[in-house]
Design a protein around this ligand. Sequence first.
Ligand code: NAP
Length: 243
Amino acid sequence: MPTVLILGGTTEARELAGALDGPRVITSLAGRTNNPLLPRGELRIGGFGGVAGLTSYLAAERVDVLVDATHPFAAGISANAVPAAERAGIPLLVLRRPGWTERPGDAWHRVASLEAAAALLPSLGRRIFLTTGRQGIGAFSGLDECWFLARSVEPPVPPMPARLEVVLDRGPFTLDGELGLFRSHRIDVLVSKDSGGPAAKLDAARALGRPVVLVDRPPPAGGTVVGSVTSALDWLTRLGDAG
Ligand code: NAP
């Protein structure tokens, strides 16, 4: 029975673990959230200790295929997965949901980093809806002229903007809910990473004519890249047939 290690922390990783029928499936989580949604199969939690640690783990657990299904902005673990899979001599599949595409009515400002997003904000508005995750909030801490509504799964830690209200919540979100947040907090601008996937917040910004600052995702570090759980299952099935 082959062993598949899924580097997880995303809906897609959980869906893939649930859909794989046959192999031994281990999902790995970083351990950032206190009550993670649990995937089917085996689970391990916490960092591996860099490339060397991940390589050792792959050998110790006799992993046959490594699947990097982490968030598109989890650049550290994705960069580690490439040399670790090479050293272990096993294939690496990267499951990355596609980024978002601008639609009529959108007013998007694409930027390369959270810092660039922060630099742009004062020219766009004063009341900002930050959906970049708690780890990204520090980049906005110097913007005293702006007020922030920040949404994250876990509470953010300093540095944080001085004028900040936090909503602790985990998606999926509805268009009505997002419209309600925009209206009740009189939001001028939405800030988001180009994470891809369901995007009621982008629909709400479009409906209300609000600009969006979208942080570009880092490029994939290597491996075979697919954009959906179905494509990942197809690839793994073909690999199994070939083996
Ligand atoms: P990161 O910067 O790429 O990772 C930093 C370190 O955390 C890695 O070097 C690794 O430590 C450990 N790590 C990360 N993901 C891991 C995993 N799935 N299993 C075991 N160790 C892991 O990652 P991040 O941006 O902090 O994200 C952490 C996790 O949250 C990821 O699994 C990701 O899928 C999920 N997530 C991230 C975002 C985001 O916006 N970045 C959003 C939603 C969910 P070692 O070097 O010690 O192995």
